[in-house]
Design a protein around this ligand. Structure first.
Ligand code: ZN
Length: 205
């Protein structure tokens, strides 16, 4: 049924199905998907135990619950426990399904990014680092600006050094005040403060 709905809406989401919680959890371990659409009533699990198992096994994967009309209160409870959203069986079409799944993915990613940024700022880092297939992505802790090492040319030196220098320039230009305030709050060393001079920010480990 879900597959048909997704086909109807020309969704580019790939679908893998498990008919039991146990096989679904095993699939989550093997290859975490972009999103989980979770029926609360499965042959080997029902109700709150179903979403609790999935949330605890794969906290980094967004979950959308598929509920029945009778189960709507339970679906709401699931949302309080960290599920992104829920859909009531028989009340949505392919477009709504695709939109709900996309929105769950985006919202989950936004929350993860915010958490990473809060941690970075708490540690006195003005950027967060992500490793992507042999590339490193640096994202500003204060806005959405990011640089990837592959953008830089090795003939100008180390790509990573150039990427960090680009982040330095960005923070110095746009977030100097935020960064200074941050430094004074946590009593960071003077040389941790941002100056408009290039390369004056010490790279944080
Ligand atoms: Zn920024």
């Amino acid at each position: 049924m879900i597959r048909i709905r997704l086909l109807e809406s020309n969704s580019d989401l790939d679908l893998a199905c498990s008919d039991r919680l146990s096989s679904g959890l095993a699939a989550l371990d093997r290859q975490p998907p972009a999103v989980v659409l979770l029926d609360l009533n499965l042959p080997d699990s029902c109700g709150a135990a179903t979403f609790r198992s999935v949330l605890s096994r794969a906290p980094s994967v967004p979950v959308v619950v598929l509920s029945t009309l009778e189960d709507e209160a339970l679906a709401l409870q699931a949302v309080h426990h960290g599920v992104q959203d829920y859909l009531v069986k028989g009340t949505f079409d392919g477009t709504q399904l695709t939109r709900t799944l996309r929105y769950a993915i985006e919202r989950h990613a936004a929350v993860a990014l915010k958490t990473a940024r809060d941690k970075a700022v708490a540690k006195g880092q003005y950027y967060i680092k992500q490793i992507l297939k042999g590339d490193t992505k640096f994202t500003c802790s204060f806005c959405d600006y990011s640089v990837v090492t592959s953008r830089f040319n090795t003939s100008n030196g180390n790509r990573r050094t150039q990427a960090v220098a680009a982040m330095n320039r960005h923070v110095a230009r746009l977030h100097r005040d935020l960064w200074k305030r941050r430094c004074s709050l946590v009593h960071l060393e003077k040389d941790a403060s941002v100056s408009v001079e290039e390369g004056n920010i010490k790279e944080q480990a």
